[in-house]
Design a protein around this ligand. Structure first.
Ligand code: PMP
Length: 405
């Protein structure tokens, strides 16, 4: 048969059916229209220079060859020490209970690949970080989506329990939560823990924003709750902790029998992670804790400024307790009741030169509210001010035009 007449074979169904990542789509649109990008969550103020120096020196000082697959020992030690300081009741063996991954993202995907068999049910809250649903399906999991109730993002306990069954293998948890900024209370986590114990379910606890919790709320790791240490894998990210998102260094800690399953998936996909960056993150966890302990104070200033400006522009700001994201309602500023969050974000990028992200892109079930958008406040004050000035001028211009008609 002639190659020119051959019909292409179908590609992987899961990924073919998924839309391109909203971060990529909106960042491209932002670049095209030269807008201020408050969509994608990367900080303007980068992590400590000392860590960059250690990373650079390590390239010259050490062999530039494959690192040990589970991570360089310095970083495994630093991650274990750090986890144990926060939760002394849960011992962490640096060699058996820690895997260094290519960011929080690979920790999530290797964990799902390592734990799931085809047909296993996985509980995912909605909205969620967009990797969860696609990767769960690619790993053979069947998502059981449980909506968080807008606009307080409460967990509906009866809906959650109804999603559990004897087929449930895993629950994906994310607190502090992207995209809403919600920090789950100890009482909610205890409730989730009770259900996971009752139905014998594992938990993949995505805690990449654990250091970004504002006063009035506390971060509780579900792994530290009674009965949970042996069934929970906990994920961290140096990208978030040290505002170094390009480095893609993450980690997973948990009981050795679960970590071993994740190590297999890691070995058969990425195998290992750049060693100089691992050494620099180990240095950071030992010597630069000040960075992330004070980061939330400066972020809080940005958040308060942004909240006040957004409200005076006409947005309604929803409460958030952590992360560097704010969710706002766009109802009063839509050009018609039918305008969707996606259309609103496109219009704002093109006409006001400010990019935000539509919340519906983080939803995996029907019933997503179409009046909410996410903004990121880990940007320079200059950028936040420019974005607010541009939105203010844009919406004022529109209302003058309407009044003149
Ligand atoms: N989990 C959540 C909730 C996130 O928001 C992100 C990044 N946006 C990740 C995991 C991935 O982390 P990393 O950049 O370290 O891969």
């Amino acid at each position: 048969m002639n190659g020119a007449t051959q019909k292409p074979k179908p590609l992987n169904d899961t990924f073919s059916c998924l839309p391109p990542s909203i971060h990529e789509v909106m960042t491209r649109l932002s670049l095209k229209h030269n807008s201020v990008n408050l969509g994608q969550g990367f900080p303007d103020d980068e992590g400590p220079d000392s860590m960059k120096r250690v990373a650079g020196e390590a390239l010259l000082q050490y062999p530039n060859q494959y690192a040990p697959s589970t991570g360089v020992q310095e970083l495994q030690d630093a991650v274990a020490d750090f986890a144990q300081e926060a939760h002394p009741e849960v011992p962490v063996d640096p060699r058996r209970d820690v895997l260094i991954t290519l960011g929080g993202s690979e920790a999530l995907s290797s964990a799902m690949l390592g734990l799931l068999n085809p047909g296993d049910e996985v509980i995912i809250f909605d909205p969620a970080f967009d990797l969860y649903n696609g990767m769960c399906q690619r790993a053979g999991g069947v998502p059981r989506v449980v909506p968080l109730v807008p606009e307080t993002w409460q967990i509906q306990r009866d809906a959650l329990e109804a999603a559990f069954s004897s087929n449930t293998k895993l629950l994906l948890l994310n607190s502090p939560h992207n995209p809403t900024g919600k920090v789950l209370s100890r009482a909610d986590l205890e409730y989730i823990a009770r259900l996971c114990i009752k139905y014998n379910v594992y938990v993949l606890s995505d805690e990449v924003y654990e250091h970004l919790v504002f006063p009035g709320s506390e971060h509780v790791s579900i792994r530290s709750l009674p009965g949970m240490a042996d069934r929970t894998l906990r994920i961290g990210s140096a990208g978030k902790t040290f505002s170094l998102t390009a480095w893609k260094i993450g980690w997973i800690t948990g009981p050795s029998h679960l970590v071993a399953a994740v190590v297999k998936a890691h070995q058969y996909t990425v195998f290992c992670v750049p060693s100089n960056l691992q050494r620099a993150v180990a240095f950071g966890l030992q010597k630069e804790r000040h960075f992330f302990r004070t980061l939330k104070q400066s972020l809080q200033g940005n958040r308060d400024y942004l909240m006040q400006r957004l409200e005076s522009i006409g947005f309604r700001v929803l409460p958030g307790q952590g992360t560097y994201f704010l969710v706002v309602a766009i109802d009063p500023l839509r050009c018609s009741a039918e305008e969707t969050d996606v259309e609103f974000c496109q219009r704002l990028t093109i006409e006001a030169k400010v990019t935000l992200l539509p919340i519906t892109a983080f939803y995996n079930s029907a019933g997503a509210p179409s009046n909410l958008v996410r903004l990121c406040f880990c940007k320079s004050m200059k950028k936040l001010t420019t974005a607010c000035d541009q939105m203010e001028a844009y919406f004022e211009g529109l209302s003058h035009r309407e009044n003149a008609l």
